[in-house]
Design a protein. Structure first.
Length: 131
């Protein structure tokens, strides 16, 4: 719930008919060194400022990482850094919502069918290189 600070490290999520990891509103988690393969989406971030670092997301049936801000009172400003996102059916990373401000840097994003990074519904992102 709100104010929760989970640390999710060194896990493997494979062949799930759901999302590998979901970080809900006001949960500021640290997600690192996990592997998500053949899931609906690798990671869902909803209205929070979590950190995703050095995860491997492959073959998601939808998007690799989804960042959504659908609240007027909260912002979605996660740091997405040094992740390997490959072979997703839709987008590598998708960001949606007016108060969506992710920092996306030093990721390896390849072979996704639609786009590497997609910004929708007034989302704004800081997309950088080295990190």
């Amino acid at each position: 719930g709100p104010g929760c600070l989970p640390v999710i490290i060194h896990n493997m999520f494979m062949m799930c008919r759901c999302v590998g990891i979901t970080l809900s509103t006001q949960v500021e988690g640290f997600v690192a060194l996990n592997e998500c393969q053949i899931t609906t989406r690798g990671v869902d971030i909803l209205n929070n400022k979590s950190v995703l670092f050095a995860n491997r997301i492959q073959k998601s049936h939808d998007d690799g990482i989804s960042v959504v801000c659908n609240s007027e009172n909260d912002i979605a400003a996660p740091t997405i850094q040094r992740n390997f996102i490959e072979s997703c059916t839709h987008n590598g990373i998708v960001c949606e919502g007016f108060s969506c401000f992710p920092l996306i840097k030093a990721n390896h994003i390849e072979l996704n069918r639609k786009s590497g990074v997609k910004l929708a519904n007034s989302a704004r992102a800081l997309i950088g290189g080295e990190g």
